[in-house]
Design a protein around this ligand. Structure first.
Ligand SMILES: Nc1ncnc2c1ncn2[C@@H]1O[C@H](COP(=O)(O)OP(=O)(O)OP(=O)(O)O)[C@@H](O)[C@H]1O
Ligand SMILES: [Mg+2]
Length: 472
């Protein structure tokens, strides 16, 4: 069972919320919003989920807390009157005594309001308590965790973080079921950004990364690092890539009618990424338009797609495949009708060819409700038509593909085309996959997608069966 944190973004980071009954350390430097987040957890728990809570404060008086929390529009006194909340100002040593004793103040309070959630603000002082029972601060924390577990309370233990004690992993992290860290960081010299990171959470998968949050007049608002601005005009119909893990990252597949860049570098092996997608599209009955680079021959493409159990020969004869050929290379017998030779064609003529020949063909198919998929190598256009041509025509072609519902996969090497062109291409496409080699590993990451989902870098592993690669 998951318990909502009262912060929508944080619930998403935690795949639904905090596992019920967990003891979580909430740590951060002074002023990062620990008290606010913890109180929001209690407040929303009561108001939205009917879970009463207790807030123990070692440092501030309840009146101060009521006052501070008013700025978020939270009327804590009202909740106290309704026996849903208790805000207790107490010294740490008395608190520990009461907590450890059977039928002490702690147990009474928990029973009195049928408490489900607690906050302790903060446990930092516990370590420095004079040693009464022969236990040190660390085992006090251990005891604390066991008591809240016994009562099945979902709890937040606030921990002050000063920059001094960062050397080792604090003991609290080992004991706690989860750790949430709030940080305040320098950002673009003058701004500071607040970030939240979940570094541990037993019993749930977590969305890794530093997520930015803001303290607003309604409390804490968190934006997921993997959620950026979306393209609303792209259809939400998804088409499969043939790589199951990639489909998952993309929320089901590539968006139909969207233009995706595959950014590769020379060392990275992208053939199976392309092969899997290409084969999957052909299998789905798409007509495919391809523009191969000078280094990829049609024979090679045929061999690659053959691995996926698809005979391109037959498809070419049936005119389901088309090629735009810049290098005047020979094509297998029977394919003649599917190849447009554009070798030596001026840019203007090439433009006219695209406008007239290609679009005519595609519109015709659209009328027959046939879908198109295009795969092309942008380096060929850069080399043969010039960077200026690419920058001038890419946006136009992208819009055109979208209007026809044609899904496009563009191979490109961002490093090679230069920063300015790369940034333009990245902006203009609807999705970007990057693959690169670092040391002896190859990675793949979705850095842009029409519905705003981006991913962490995944390792690419070779496997023996289709699709021959797996994301780990
Ligand atoms: N209504 C509000 N809107 C925006 N920011 C606010 C509002 N109210 C308080 N803040 C900011 O929230 C911050 C304090 O949050 P909070 O007290 O929860 O932090 P904390 O981590 O508990 O700090 P401490 O270590 O001092 O206890 C302050 O810096 C304050 O400027
Ligand atoms: Mg505080």
């Amino acid at each position: 069972m998951k318990v909502s944190t009262g912060i929508r973004g944080l619930d998403k980071v935690l795949d639904g919320g905090i596992p019920q009954g967990s003891a979580i350390v909430l740590e951060g430097a002074p002023g990062t919003g620990k008290t606010t987040l913890a109180m929001q957890f209690l407040y929303k728990g009561i108001v939205d989920h009917g879970e009463p809570g207790i807030f123990f404060s070692f440092e501030e008086f309840p009146d101060q807390i009521y006052e501070d929390m008013k700025s978020y529009g939270w009327d804590l006194k009202d909740l106290e009157r309704k026996n849903k909340l208790r805000v207790i100002g107490i010294s740490p040593d008395i608190f520990l005594d009461q907590m450890a004793s059977k039928d002490g103040l702690f147990e009474q309070l928990v029973r009195e309001i049928d408490c489900r959630r607690i906050v302790i603000d903060s446990i930092s002082l516990l370590e420095y308590l004079p040693d009464k029972t022969g236990e040190n601060g660390r085992s006090l924390l251990y005891t604390l965790r066991n008591i809240v577990r016994k009562f099945g309370l979902t709890s937040l233990f606030i921990q002050e973080l000063s920059s001094l004690d960062r050397r080792k992993i604090p003991f609290e992290h080992f004991i706690a079921d989860g750790v949430i860290r709030l940080s305040l960081k320098e950002h673009m010299n003058i701004f500071r950004k607040r970030t939240l990171e979940v570094t541990k959470m037993r019993g749930t998968k977590i969305n890794e990364g530093e997520h930015i949050y803001q303290i607003t007049e309604k409390g804490i608002y968190l934006l997921l690092a993997s959620q950026i601005v979306t393209d609303k005009y792209i259809s939400d119909q998804k088409i499969k890539t043939g790589i199951p893990e990639l489909d998952n990252l993309l929320g089901g597949g590539m968006a139909k009618g969207a233009v995706y860049m595959l950014d590769t570098n020379s060392k990275a092996n992208y053939r199976h990424i392309v092969g899997a997608i290409y084969a999957e599209r052909v299998k789905a009955g798409n007509r495919v338009l391809s523009l191969l680079s000078s280094t990829q021959t049609v024979t090679e493409l045929k061999a690659l797609i053959d691995l996926y159990g698809i005979d391109l020969d037959q498809l070419a004869r049936e005119k389901r495949l088309y090629f735009i050929e810049h290098y005047n290379r020979p094509f297998p017998a029977g394919w003649e009708g599917s190849v447009f030779h554009v070798h030596g064609m001026e840019n203007e003529d090439y433009d006219r060819f695209l406008r007239e020949k290609c679009t005519g063909l595609m519109k015709e198919c659209k009328e027959n409700h046939e879908d198109w998929f295009a795969y092309y190598d942008l380096s060929t256009i850069f080399n043969e038509r010039g960077a200026e041509y690419v920058l001038r025509s890419f946006a136009k072609e992208t819009a055109f593909a979208r209007s026809l519902g044609m899904t496009v996969l563009v191979l490109c090497n961002f490093k090679e085309v230069g920063e300015q062109a790369a940034s333009f291409l990245e902006r203009t496409s609807n999705g970007v996959f990057k693959t690169w080699v670092d040391g002896s590993y190859q990675y793949l990451q979705v850095t842009k997608s029409p519905d705003g989902q981006i991913s962490k870098p995944y390792l690419l592993e070779s496997i023996d069966q289709k699709p021959y690669i797996r994301l780990v």
